[in-house]
Design a protein around this ligand. Sequence first.
Ligand code: PMP
Length: 353
Amino acid sequence: MPSHYFDHAATTPVDPRVLREMLPYFSESYGNPHSIHEPGQRARAAVERARRQVAALIGAEDPHQIVFTSGATESNQWALRLFPGGTVSPFEHSSVREPALRLGYRIAPASGPEIQWPEAPGPLVSLMKVGNELGTIFAPEALCGQGFAVHCDATQAVGKVPFEVAAIDFVSLSAHKFYGPKGVGALYLREGLAEPFVIGGGQEEGRRGGTLNVPGIAGMGLAAEFAAEERDEAARQAEACRAALLEALRPLSDWRVHGSAPASPFILSLGFLGIEGQPLVVELDHLGFAVSSGAACSSTMTEPSPVLEAMGIEEAWRPGTLRISFGKANTPASADALGKAVYTCVEKIRNLE
Ligand code: PMP
């Protein structure tokens, strides 16, 4: 069924094949992967298989370089806390930006998508692969080999655009952005070793304490496999949806596409003059369309997005921002229907004012 859910950058549904993979680990195969008995070892085998699948997704040489976490938020903070400071891009998600500010990191300025890194950025530099608000594709790999460590939040990249760890030192992932479950993710550690951020019973070879979320991890593993296999087809479908949506919006005045090339085909940020994004999201929801006015995590905040500002989007264009993010169940026909609904709602709100 074509879906009217267009907020896949916020989260994706769990793929039914992934759910089937996860279910036995809640009940029949409930062993603790750290137990030495057979039920424990069965769970352990699922975790190790998932580690190989996640490693393969991002081109990591050794599965040992993957440590499972509760998601990209934890992975990002862990990476930042491993260093006494550094510099992060102005386009980062709040789960990099906020801890970075607290930990004394600098935020680099930018002009458009070009980041002005300082001469001496410090021991760690963090740059995401795909921006969650505008879909901009960045090049964190180009920062490697310059005498500082590089962290990349690849949460919106994997399964969407070509991404390999290459010489990057730390990479964060979240399973629920690629049709896996929520609350599970990973941190890639190039050296394989790191001081733990969550200290506990020595799990994950002493790198992250806490009993592993076996069903979640097993689900993340299989989702990673599908993300790699189905990426190109999903991207073609997203391109077709994007084209249909933009075509449907053509008759409308005073709107534009935010951001600049290269961008992920999965994220489309639109600006509408003279209106606010939030009422537009509400109007569209009444018509059955789920979209966002920015990052889901900050959509309840009323402050303007620092990312739009850093990207140089003029103040008049910032409040009326809509983020549409495509996924596997969207079709060009449903994107066309969304485009027409956006047209109707924008006109309605403009006429009210
Ligand atoms: N980084 C980016 C770029 C994201 O889009 C998100 C989720 N919105 C996160 C990190 C955080 O992921 P999670 O909430 O799964 O920890």
